[in-house]
Design a protein around this ligand. Structure first.
Ligand code: A3P
Length: 245
């Protein structure tokens, strides 16, 4: 979902899957904003009525989307080798991040709602081999385990030798907030998809719980209640103070 750490997940997935093509020292991430390396379907590949031939794109194909699960194109859903990773984040932090993002880039829009999340959540319960549901807060808590989990899920597990050589940590560091935000390719320039956005607007604070600086407690409590009602029966719960389960 937008403002849930998509840029981070793109960097991680790209680095994990392409680690035999590029060493960490020579990663294309050092020169390109992650959104160029992992393009969005609806905001880039399919924009302006374009119908891309996804099957003709070189493998491994890593694509991104903010579309709800039920709107994914059949080229994706019918592909037997597809793997989908969904990244969820505390909605209050998403809201906070989104507000800063639109203010910085000067456009008006609103973040997506809970149904977006539930579509992927239900798909991950139904078919855990194909859909991996991750939480931003869990990546922040333990990025090394998350890197390994993503690699396993994508069918690119780390070998014992790679782990011993510290490759998991190297990839985690390469994709860390501090590293990416300080690269020139992310400090300068802007991306033009269906909208323009400054590269640096994708790297703001990268923290869990920054919503406390924006959302008053009474509103947060109301939203928490609303989320419990929405997510109640799904098994997907969230404590706004960051302890998602
Ligand atoms: P904040 O605005 O709370 O700082 P998206 O990539 O989906 O647009 O999400 C952007 C959010 O992810 C921003 O959150 C941004 O700072 C954070 N982010 C970007 N890269 C990150 C990274 N490598 N590690 C942790 N958070 C990151």
């Amino acid at each position: 979902m937008a403002k849930s750490g998509t840029t981070w997940l793109k960097a991680l997935a790209f680095s994990i899957v392409n680690r035999n093509n590029h060493s960490v020292d020579e990663s294309p991430l050092l020169f390109s904003n992650p959104h160029y390396l992992v393009p969005f379907l609806e905001m880039y590949l399919y924009k302006d009525g374009n119908i891309p031939d996804i099957d003709a794109m070189p493998c491994p194909r890593i694509l991104a989307t903010h579309l709800p699960y039920q709107f994914l194109p059949s080229t994706i859903l019918d592909c037997s080798n597809r793997r989908i990773i969904y990244l969820r984040r505390n909605p209050l932090d998403v809201f906070t991040s989104w507000l800063h993002f639109v203010l910085q880039n000067g456009f008006a829009s609103r973040p997506l709602a809970s149904d977006h999340c539930l579509g992927y959540w239900n798909a991950s319960l139904k078919d855990p081999q194909k859909v991996l549901f991750l939480k931003y807060e869990d990546l922040k808590k333990d990025i090394n385990s998350s890197v390994k989990k993503i690699a396993d899920f994508l069918g690119h597990p780390f070998s014992a030798e790679e782990e011993e050589a510290g490759l998991v940590e190297e990839i985690a560091t390469l994709c860390s907030f501090e590293n990416l935000m300080n690269l020139n390719c992310n400090k300068e320039g802007e991306i033009q998809t269906v909208f323009r956005a400054k590269h640096n607007s994708f790297f703001r604070k990268g923290e869990v719980g920054d919503w406390v600086n924006l959302v008053p407690p009474s509103m947060a409590n109301r939203l928490e209640k609303l989320m419990q009602e929405k997510f109640g029966e799904s098994g997907l719960t969230l404590d706004i103070h960051g302890n998602s389960v």
